[in-house]
Design a protein around this ligand. Structure first.
Ligand SMILES: Nc1ncnc2c1ncn2[C@@H]1O[C@H](COP(=O)(O)OP(=O)(O)OP(=O)(O)O)[C@@H](O)[C@H]1O
Ligand SMILES: [Mg+2]
Length: 268
């Protein structure tokens, strides 16, 4: 499987290599004066039910024992938008446009009120998914990728993206043993299959293909998530420890407003 590739840096740059001045992915939040941001933004990407929450909880306790202050963030957790998103998703009425805009508003709110303040205070921010999940979902839902990337031009380029790389064959039993298949994660909104199980498999295959492409494009570090929890955690810790060691030896560059005017495709 394409997703069986091991954690090898790709796309011509070393992922996580400390470009210690934070950069906007696109236009950013133009009204925001950043100042120094000594913290670290580490993203755990991966499809629905792959085990992100399990791994992030373990990472948090490990990092705290190592002496880091940790802040967790994830989709639909902004106080401003989370109830609205949950209500909208319960109703099954969202389309790709309204879905993306709600998520983008949630993201912008968390960025301004949680992520940036935590980075300013020197925290390690662990993000449970990031803009890449929306890129993958939107492409599968038929949106123009250039439009999606424009909308998420408010984002920062993270310091490190760790991708929990799985295949459908390993994902299905994990999801069935956990909380089960839900409407959105099974792609029922796209009417892909005759039943939820069939739809889940088809939708997740498409999503995983997109993640795979994004992993190459953005240089995610791949972690083989078909394995047990401890093996995955071991790899994640190794990658994070290496990144933090490099970051310690490379003091933060002067913080600027990012790369204003640069198209998202060139600044990611
Ligand atoms: N490596 C693993 N092997 C087997 N089961 C696992 C593994 N990692 C997590 N699980 C189990 O899979 C289920 C989903 O895990 P978890 O909630 O961490 O995933 P998630 O990616 O956060 O899911 P969601 O997309 O719903 O947020 C849980 O029942 C968990 O115990
Ligand atoms: Mg989770």
């Amino acid at each position: 499987m394409a997703r069986a590739k091991r954690a090898t840096p790709s796309a011509g740059r070393v992922p996580g290599h400390p470009r210690r001045g934070k950069r906007w992915y696109g236009h950013g939040l133009p009204y925001l004066k950043l100042g120094p941001l000594p913290g670290h933004l580490i993203v755990i990407e991966g499809t629905d039910g792959v085990g992100r929450s399990t791994q992030i909880e373990l990472l948090r306790s490990w990092l705290e024992v190592e002496g880091y202050a940790v802040s967790n963030t994830g989709w639909a957790r902004s106080p401003l938008l989370s109830d609205t998103i949950n209500e909208a998703m319960a109703g099954h009425e969202l389309n790709v446009l309204t879905f993306s805009l709600l998520y983008a508003a949630d993201f912008a709110d968390r960025l301004e009120h949680q992520i940036i303040p935590a980075l300013r205070a020197g925290f390690v921010v662990i993000a449970d998914r990031y803009m890449y999940t929306v890129f993958a979902r939107n492409t599968v839902m038929g949106a123009d990728p250039a439009w999606t990337r424009q909308v998420f031009g408010v984002a920062f380029v993270p310091d490190l993206v760790l991708y929990l790389d799985v295949d459908v064959e390993h994902l299905v039993p994990r999801v069935l043993a956990g909380k089960g298949m839900d409407y959105w994660e099974s792609g029922m909104h796209l009417a892909l299959g005759s039943d939820i199980f069939d739809s889940f498999e088809r939708y997740q295959r498409r999503l995983l293909d997109e993640y795979d492409r994004l992993a190459d494009e953005f240089g995610f570090l791949r972690v083989d998530a078909r394995r047990g929890i401890d093996d995955i955690q071991g790899d994640l810790r190794t990658h994070i420890a290496e990144y933090l060691a490099r970051a310690r030896s490379a003091p933060p560059a002067a913080q600027g407003p990012g790369v204003p005017g640069l198209p998202a495709s060139e600044s990611g």
